[in-house]
Design a protein around this ligand. Structure first.
Ligand code: FES
Length: 109
C-alpha cells in the first residue's frame, strides 16, 4: 500500500470548526484532486468531490442524519465512512483519511 502524504488543511481545531461548521461541506484542492470535506455530528470526513454518477460537485450538496452525503443533482446518497451509495446505483466514492489533531485538520492522500 502506498505511503500516505498528509496535508494540513487548517492550523487548529478551532479554525477547522470555524471554517467548516457542523453540517457544512467544503471543497479543497490537493494537487489535481478535488476533495470534499464534510463536517457532521460524527466529525470530519473527506471524500472525492466528484460524484461517481455524472460528476456533479458533491460539495454543493448536503449531509443527513445517517452520515451520508447527498448529491445535489439526482440525490444519490453516499456513506461518508466507506463511500458506498445507499442503493448501489453507482460505484462507491473514494474516501480519504482525515484527522483532527491538536495542531490542525489533516488530510491523508
Ligand atoms: S450526478 Fe450525482 S447523483 Fe447524478
Amino acid at each position: 500500500m502506498p505511503q500516505l502524504k498528509w496535508y494540513r488543511v487548517f492550523k487548529s481545531p478551532q479554525e477547522a470548526n470555524d471554517r467548516i461548521p457542523q453540517g457544512k461541506l467544503q471543497l479543497v484542492r490537493i494537487g489535481e484532486r478535488r476533495i470534499c470535506i464534510a463536517h457532521t455530528d460524527r466529525g470530519f470526513h473527506a471524500v472525492s468531490d466528484v460524484c461517481p454518477h455524472l460528476s456533479e460537485s458533491l460539495s454543493k450538496g448536503s449531509t443527513n442524519y445517517l452520515n451520508e452525503i447527498i448529491c445535489p443533482w439526482h440525490g444519490y446518497r453516499f456513506n461518508l465512512v466507506h463511500g458506498q451509495e445507499c442503493q448501489n446505483r453507482t460505484k462507491a466514492l473514494t474516501v480519504y483519511k482525515i484527522e483532527l489533531r491538536d495542531d490542525g485538520l489533516f488530510l491523508g492522500v
